[in-house]
Every structure is written in structure tokens, then in C-alpha cells.
Write a protein that binds this ligand. Sequence first.
Ligand code: CTP
Length: 249
Amino acid sequence: GDSGPGRMSEPDDIVAAALALVERPRDLEDVSVVVSAGGTREPIDPVRFLGNRSSGRQGVAIARAAADRGARVTLVAAHLDADVVPDSRVEVIAVATADELGRAMDATAPDADVIVMAAAVADYSVASVSEHKLRKQDAPGGLTLELIENRDIVAGLVAARRDGQTIVAFAAETVRDDDDLLERARAKAARKGVDLLAANAVGWTRGFEVTDNDLVIVERGGDVVATASGSKDDTAHALLDAIVANRVR
Ligand code: CTP
């Protein structure tokens, strides 16, 4: 009918109510966000590298979620899986190695209000990269690669942090249980001096090549500020909620 119970609400009202449920807050308007994502690749020779299983999915989701909330976003992208495509609103700087990632972060960090280091950065690189493809006859019976430690990029960003800048690190840990994860997250947050650290458990069948994630987010002092489970978009927004809360304190 035209009136009373059972009358359909105006379609525009239905749309507005639905959007109010799903729309994200525009709480990062005019905020500059730099996110690193993906796994670095350290060359051994022209055809081989040392890499890791990071798909880049969580970092790319954080970049997209920040853009949804109004931020100006730069994504420093190490290797991303082929099906992980950055949002068109995000400026992408493609890098390969930890050294390149570090230089891209050094270049973009000074203007950033928020820095999220979601990339899986190699801790070591190959001491002497071969100019030609290594052949088995170069190392009959076995090959030893000498590795040298890479600099800790996020530690450098923390040392150069300016007032009002929020720096977030990630920690992907193999753990016994949730308590072990929390303990490691607290220790790493304190060691790195970051404002927030998002930790997740990984293993042969956890954390990688999956669309869902479980994060525990701790602040520098070790307090848990949030836990989040669900799609990497959901956990991205939960992390941004924690970042926004951290910035207003
Ligand atoms: N990270 C970094 N520079 C590196 C290695 C890691 O900035 N050379 C950043 C990562 O992007 C992440 C955080 O530091 O945000 C934690 O990375 P992780 O590899 O867990 O830290 P490590 O210091 O290497 O700790 P561990 O002793 O567990 O190897």
C-alpha cells in the first residue's frame, strides 16, 4: 500500500541506510600514508634470487583501505603475487631488493604522516652477486653462499621520525600459541620503537597464500590495542582504526 506498515521505504533511504553500514569513515582525509608491501628478492645471479612467501596481499589491502578513508597513499611494492593488484588511486613505487626498498622508504618517509612497513624485507643479501649464471661446475658437490646483514629499514625510519608521524611495523612469527605470539609482538614493538606493531602467526599452512588473516596489534608499551580477524580488507581497516586512535592520543 501507500501508507502504514508494509509500505516500502524510499529506495534512496534504503541506499543511504545500507551505505551507512558499509561505508568507511573518511578519517584519513589529507593524511599522507606510505605503505610497503610484498617480499623483497635478493639476487644471487642474473636468474636466481633469495625470496620469501609474502604475497603483498595485506599491504596492498592497507593501501586500498587508507585510500578508501581519504588518505593520499604511496605503495612501495616489492614482489607482489600476480593476482594482487594495487588500487588505481595509489601511487606505486616498484622495488626489488631490500636496499631498493630502503631507499624508496627514505625518499618518501619525510613527507608521510603514517608509515606502515608491511613488506617482508630480507634480513640478508648475497655478499657477492655473480654477474653470470652460476653453473654446477662452479661449485661441484655443494654451494655455500655468504650472506651479509641488511640494514633495519624501520629502525632508521624510527630514528628519523618527525613529530606527528606514526610508524607501524609488522611481525610474521612462527609461534607455539597466542601467548607466544603476544610476547614476541611486545618484544619486537619495544625493540623497534614503533608506535604500533601488527603481529600474525605464520607457518607452512598459515598466513601465506590465504585471503584471511588474524592480527594482534600492540603499541610500543606492549598493550594490546586491537585484535582483528577476517579478510585482509577487514584487518586492514582494523589496523587503520588503531592508527587513527593512536594519532589522536
Ligand atoms: N624490517 C625492516 N628492515 C629489515 C627487516 C625488517 O624494516 N631489514 C621491518 C619489516 O618490514 C617489519 C618489521 O621490520 O615491519 C619486522 O620484521 P621482522 O623480519 O619480523 O624483524 P626482524 O628485525 O628481522 O626480527 P627477527 O629477529 O625476528 O628476524
